[in-house]
Design a protein around this ligand. Sequence first.
Ligand code: ZN
Length: 355
Amino acid sequence: MGEVRYVFPYNYSYSRWGVPEPDDPRYVRFMVVVNSDVPMKRAMVRPEWRASYEEMIFTGIVDNRYVYYLDVPRPPDPGFDVKSGTWYFLEDVNGEVYEYVRIEPLFHTSGERELIRLMVPNVIMSFDDSLLDQYTIAYPLMERYGFKGSMGLITGLMGGMWEGKPCITWEQARELLKSGWGIASHSHTHKFLRIDKGATAEDCEYECKTSKEMIEEKLGVTPITLLYPYGSISPEFIPIVAKYYRYGRTVEHRLDDMVTNRYQLGGVALSRENYVIRLAKVNHMYELDPKPYVGFVFHSIGEPGWFNHILDILRYSGCNVTPYEYIRVAPSWLPLSLMAIGFVTALTSIIVVRR
Ligand SMILES: [Zn+2]
């Protein structure tokens, strides 16, 4: 067997982060790239294998990220599959899980992209800001897989621009709707729906109502989901949202059952840079608390390869991909009523037999 080398996706490498390439197979080079200067207490690869930051070698700041590394003996535990490449958690100074550690690269040099199995059975893909490249890139790719998403319209910016990027038109939204996509509201003007950002209850009312009415008027459907602008809402505004919508989606990392917590639904924003880490995190969340739904959030797609990789992973994992608008969650009384129907049917057949 030839030498197996691993590389980071998209030619990312240790050296790309200013860390020397590992050359001793007895050790795993533990590289940590932290998005901020939040002080981390320690890195954790399973509870029994931890490294404190003081032990790690700080190599510098690359792309505004703090880079550390440490060589640790390759663990003998056969259940610990280092070669498959895994990201692990860091704890912050309060012991909260905060970030990830990559211990070894994920992909073979052959260029074959490894497929991670996503454990969460149901996936909702929502698209914030209704950007044109979501329509031109994500939509046709998803069609090939038979996946439908939820497009979040900023109803006041249709055919216009959001943060320098073109938005889709009403006509394009109509096409998505016809092809089986869900249409969600992402507010009317993308105003922050937070009191600490200066929003009032009247602002929230206006954003919820205007956006909903415009979608009804232009597309003839009633939106049931509000994708919160900037992924966040003040709890005080939730009763207002609840007057108009069935679901409200944040960008907080959690799984859902789609019955409880319907106005604080989780949303894991995926990008080319973070999706490998975040899919691993979603699996970890599922191990801790196996709720059946995960929401993925997309902004501009840009280069299609990474997005296509996610679709491959979802297909490989057998995930059920459904827009918010087509989710059917059995209400809690359903099992009882089914039992009642079963009972009546049994009774009827007894009667029939007796005749
Ligand atoms: Zn947005």
